[in-house]
Design a protein around this ligand. Structure first.
Ligand code: HEC
Length: 118
């Protein structure tokens, strides 16, 4: 009888704990990352086309919206992080954080999707 009682208490406690932890586990909406990524992209806009259309100011630099064809998402994020740390081509290292670059990757991925409402 005692045993049954404590099992019930345990079950109740667990249920409560899961109930409280549940909402915190829900993923944050991606929009802030994409917005911040768009800001980070402005640092690259001197050479790259960073929007949905237009040519890159620097002929040799690929428009960001074309990068999703060249890289899978993991590869793109890795490449961006490397560039953030070490710079690339004529661009000097800018000490951009991995978090900046993860947001930039989210922004670049969003360029591929059709604009909202279309
Ligand atoms: C000074 C000009 C310049 C700036 C500023 C610049 N880039 Fe580039 N980037 C280039 C050029 C040129 C290439 C093309 C090199 C090639 O493919 O031979 C390139 C290529 C790339 C590529 C493709 C690399 C590959 O190997 O496929 C990525 C990704 C990239 N740039 C990211 C960035 C990011 C992110 C920023 C801003 C933080 C940035 N670039 C700023 C000039 C620039």
């Amino acid at each position: 009888m005692r045993r049954t009682c404590s099992t019930l208490t345990l079950t109740l406690t667990l249920t409560l704990a899961v109930g409280v932890a549940g909402p915190t586990l829900a993923a944050a909406p991606p929009a802030p990352a994409v917005d911040h990524g768009a800001e980070v992209a402005q640092r690259c806009a001197a050479c790259h086309a960073v929007g949905r259309e237009g040519a890159s100011p620097n002929n040799g630099a690929p428009p960001f919206r074309k990068l999703t064809a060249r890289y899978n998402p993991i590869g793109l994020e890795k490449a961006l992080k490397r560039i953030g740390r070490f710079g690339h081509f004529e661009m000097r290292p800018q000490q951009m954080s991995d978090a900046d670059m993860a947001d930039l990757a989210a922004y670049i991925a969003s360029l591929e999707a059709p604009p909202a409402g279309k």
